[in-house]
Design a protein around this ligand. Sequence first.
Ligand code: SRM
Ligand code: SF4
Length: 518
Amino acid sequence: MTDTISAAVSLNKFEKLKAEKDGLAVKTELEDFARIGWEAVDGNDRDHRLKWLGVFFRPVTPGKFMMRMRMPNGILTSGQMRVLAEVLQRYGEDGYGDITTRQNVQLRGVRIEDLPDIFRRFEEAGLSSMQTGMDNVRNITGSPVAGIDADELIDTRGLVRKVQDMITNNGRGNPSFTNLPRKFNIAIAGCRDNSVHAEINDIAFIPAYKNRTLGFNVVVGGFFSAKRCEAAVPLNAWVDARDVVALCEAILIVYRNHGLRANRQKSRLMWLIDEWGIEKFRQEVEQEFGGVLQTAAPKDEFLWDKRDHIGIHAQKQPGLNYVGLHVPVGRLFAQDMFDLARIADVYGSGEIRLTVEQNVIIPNVPDSRVAALTREPLVQTRFSIQPENLARALVSCTGAQFCNFALIETKNRAVALINEIETELQCSRPVRIHWTGCPNSCGQPQVADIGLMGTKVRKDGKTVEGVDLYRGGTVGKNAHLGTCVQKGIPCEDLKPILQEILVQEFGAKPRSRLPTAM
Ligand code: SRM
Ligand code: SF4
């Protein structure tokens, strides 16, 4: 493999770094790093290779690292949530947990001297942060209500787990897939509402019937980057669930061995598909797969609008419910995490789920326990089951508080602005507003009704924080990427612009003119 890679490219900085030493190698050096402290660790190990273990040096908060977990299908147990909370608890005000746009959790404030202990605790708890940064496969997403949705087609939980285990060698780290040309995203949908945003993944599996057998149509190459954003294209392949792991492996091997590596802006899977054409790409995948792929089923089963899963919903298991809690822009404090773990144990089955909208679901709540759950102080005061319609669909990336790519502050600003607008306007339906701090698009403004991408703007002779406005993103069936319609709006001028869009296009009404309740 290495021969194929090095022969094919003139090495850029990151290819050189990987060729010198595999990212996973730092796993055996953690005790040493912990002993010498973050300032003494080799710069490449600290700033880059540690990301192979899910440990991110943050130039914005030097010495306080971020840890990105794996949450296959967005599912964790109350015990695992407690372990994450206990890790954060040591860091006091520095310790946050963020639910990410890939159904995952990131921890903040982590000190390098604690890493050996943290990894020991993760292993005991069955948690993994392996291969979550740099040129690795990110958290694999699936329907957040897999196995409990009355209308689901395929329960994706086991499949997502198997794909993750294949890629990470059961969480221990797998050198076969630690030197991809670039990051890689996989989603497996088993639902009718495209809850995973299939179209923005490098590989996505979409439920489809072929000859009355339920399996998946496969789309490939979806991605966002600062320079280019593309929706995934059909591979013209249908697979049985039993072949999902093998097909992921085959595609990853083709990408690893042949993906473009010279220019990191042109290294995502779609660039290889462009260069080869989808037919050749498919043939190469078949060769690795070791058999002929069936052609795609004529239609898929994404038939519904996207659901947000907030509120109380009957499960397919009679007498049980899942309760979706709204977590404003996904931000959790250690105490919230302890509370969620307790709530999951007391009212549910000890399971907690996460959504790509950065919210939480407590599944398996018996009918008789739902009312008590909704009276919990956490639900009453922080994580509502009936949020206002604008706050309800608000998503935000990390932004300038912790991310050095950020051009603007996002999370706190997003919440403050939406709360302010919501005191003046009432919207009768959710409007998906996504904030992202820079063109990397982690907050996915292209899938939003209203997308806001951070930028710098000149105003009154000064450089100020601003946004480019995206519109037209649709989700669910016939999902379609939105595009930039207005550039360079200073953040301080954004409120009236948003209000006008909300009134004109989403039917929002000024609260002062709403009839008062009698
Ligand atoms: Fe992202 C880089 C945060 C989802 C596209 N992303 C980063 C880094 C690691 C940059 C850095 O080192 O500071 C950010 C870490 C900031 C921090 O401290 O939190 C970061 N990305 C995030 C998260 C946490 C945003 C969030 O608040 O939810 C999401 C973590 C997901 C996870 O659990 O793994 C996150 N990032 C995404 C998505 C959305 C998705 O996957 O659906 C995208 C667009 C989809 C895609 O990748 O095709 C995305 N992130 C990027 C890119 C652009 C990739 C490219 O091909 O150019 C970068 C920059 C890079 O990789 O060079 C990036
Ligand atoms: Fe950071 Fe930019 Fe991603 Fe936001 S979009 S998390 S600012 S890299």
